[in-house]
Design a protein around this ligand. Sequence first.
Ligand code: UDP
Ligand code: GAL
Ligand code: MN
Length: 304
Amino acid sequence: MFHYLLAHNCENNVNLLFIWLFNITFVFIFRFRARQVVETRTSWKAPIIWEGMFDPKLYDQKHIQKKSSVGLTVFAVGRYLDAYLKTFLTSAEQHFMLGLQVTYYVFTDQPDKVPHLELGPQRSLKVIQVEKHSRWQDISMMRMKTISDTIESEIRHHCNYVFCFDVDQEFKGRFGSEALGDSVAQIHAGFYKAPQQSLTYDRNPKSKAFMECGDYYYHAALFGGLCEHVKNLADYCFLGIMEDKLNNVEALWHDESHLNKYFWLHKPTRLLSPEYCWDRVPNKDIQVIRLIWAPKHYDTLRTK
Ligand code: UDP
Ligand code: GAL
Ligand code: MN
């Protein structure tokens, strides 16, 4: 009887061991696979930042020691202010570059309506009035000129880095110092696995943004880097936009098309995976959503 019990228990243990080994192998294979199918380095050896690739504490330590300071620009013009600004800023207070010195630069045509927020330590906010262009395309494109001018007159005197964001987004997870680099581009959520021919570059040879091929398709909803690099990018895009206007053409995706051309000619030194600017569709590659697109209501929010 005793022997029978012992044998029975052993058999149970062996079964448990098998189940345990099976689970571990399963978890390893699938977690490992999930990270194998995403690209973590470009052909020019720039890192593409994904969850699991970095130690947040080490990055924070390094940047706190270096006293890195970050400017964040965001435009909230016309109806975009009421619709998005408060959520954008309050979520940035919870997730954007915590522990570092951060200055928000809010550009708006209605300074009085900028919500008042209690900001964390080492964080401040500056409101800068801008005109409201009548076409939404111009509101979007002309940001490049304002960004360049403000880097020159203001931001570079207070911040090492500057990150420029669309307002129609919400921070959901850590967006920290691992994102800082000399010249930082965001891979567009819609195209990170798409074949070259489907990338939506400007294909009109008459536009300065025209491209036959490129590396990645970048999203203009977010870009950043050292002040001088971001100023170069903004100047380049603005010149292209103005030359297009003289030639009576407009690039397919406006400032984004010019930004893609810029990053094709001047390779970014750090790329952010779509975790840093995700649309709303669940996807197994996205282990952490750091910033998410807010619902778009073009019909009611945009000027005609
Ligand atoms: N924007 C704005 N008011 C407008 C149109 C655009 O403030 O009427 C700013 C805002 O920061 C917005 C960005 O320009 O996020 C780009 O426009 P949008 O987000 O509509 O472009 P999409 O992300 O759809 O390409
Ligand atoms: C869309 C996005 C646009 C633009 C476009 C590029 O998903 O809403 O802003 O980036 O992709 O094809
Ligand atoms: Mn947007």
